[in-house]
Design a protein around this ligand. Structure first.
Ligand code: GLA
Length: 330
């Protein structure tokens, strides 16, 4: 028998979900803890790989298709701008030694764009899956793929994002929260009790490119130069930081890491009141100490907290707009 090792070209339909972060925001880029879960909204890529050297995707949401040379060097120059996320994936998979084929296909999504549910990471994961499946190449381990797609997003957007979105989407399981240690890059699954649900409400769109996200990353890195890794710091050591703003940024990160651990324990122990309280405390920390909320997001959280059955609520994701998430009794 002869097994042919030549290039494989196949027609595929692949998808990737968005994610909502239940607790643990702005902790990933200092190697802290996060607890996201995948949502039941997806980005779908369909099409077929082909021998040419152009990667083409038409979008339901844009009249202009993305058409990228498979040897693209600088994703940040691709237009229309959503194509930069596609180009970033091509660059990073090539750098890992994968063959990037020509491709002709389309993309559609049920995720709101720019809403803090990781539509960009879902697009990147779906594109990567389309490349692997349409060429018969074996994907790398989840963590390696997540790191590559994190670099892809950084190249595409210029935003120094952490690993949460990519890793939670790649390793997520529907109906289960994903506890990620962003230093060790380990993933544990936390069951969601049957008698609660998480409600996600879109409040306002936003873009992290051009937002203060990069300033927050820089402020956390300054705090780490002063007192060492924030993932190892305690609430007392942050008080050694003289600069009031940097101290508050560090205090958010340190207390948020503790809240993630306590929240996972509370869910497991079915202590729903504590879990809800921790979410609301997380919101106040993001609003007061980390300053990544705004008046509209704060008002949406306050309104959500008055609704029947709601035990806690918070802004979710990068901030400066986007969605809130609430823990609610069924
Ligand atoms: C964005 C980034 C993530 C993470 C969150 C905040 O979603 O892409 O890496 O930093 O913001 O928790």
């Amino acid at each position: 028998m002869t097994i042919e090792q030549g290039n494989v070209f196949r027609r595929v339909t692949v998808s990737a979900p968005g994610r909502v972060n239940l607790i643990g925001d702005h902790t990933d880029y200092t190697g802290g803890l996060v607890l996201p879960m995948v949502v039941d909204l997806h980005t779908v890529v369909h099409g077929e790989s082909e021998p040419g050297d152009t990667f083409t995707l038409a979008s339901m949401d844009d009249a202009i298709p993305v058409s990228i040379p498979t040897d693209v060097a600088n994703p940040a120059h691709v237009d229309p701008p959503w194509g930069r996320y596609v180009a970033g994936v091509l660059v990073e998979l090539r750098a890992m030694g994968y063959r990037v084929p020509g491709f002709a296909g389309g993309v559609s999504t049920t995720l709101p764009i720019g809403a803090g549910l990781s539509s960009s990471a879902a697009l990147a994961v779906a594109v990567a899956r389309a490349i692997f499946e349409s060429t018969g190449q074996t994907p790398p381990p989840d963590v390696d793929l997540a790191l590559a797609l994190q670099r892809a997003e950084q190249r595409a957007s210029g935003v120094p994002c952490g690993i949460m979105d990519q890793l939670s989407i790649i390793s997520g399981r529907q109906g289960t929260a994903t506890l990620i240690d962003c230093h060790a890059l380990t993933v544990d699954y936390v069951a969601i009790p049957d008698d609660i649900e998480f409600v996600v409400r879109h409040v306002m769109s936003r873009e992290l490119a051009g937002s203060e996200y990069a300033d927050r990353v820089a402020q956390c890195s300054l705090a780490e130069r002063l007192i060492g890794p924030l993932r190892l710091a305690d609430a007392n050591s942050v008080l050694d930081i003289d600069d009031e703003t940097i101290m508050r940024r560090a205090r958010h990160v340190v207390t948020e890491n503790m809240r993630v651990r306590d929240f996972a324990d509370a869910l497991t122990a079915h202590d729903l009141e504590s879990a809800g309280r921790l979410m609301t405390e997380s919101h106040h920390s993001l609003s007061d100490d980390f300053e990544t909320s705004n008046a509209a997001m704060d008002a949406a959280v306050e309104a959500m907290l008055t609704e029947p059955g709601v035990l806690g609520a918070r802004i979710t994701g990068g901030g400066f707009g986007g969605c809130i998430v609430a823990l609610k009794r069924r």
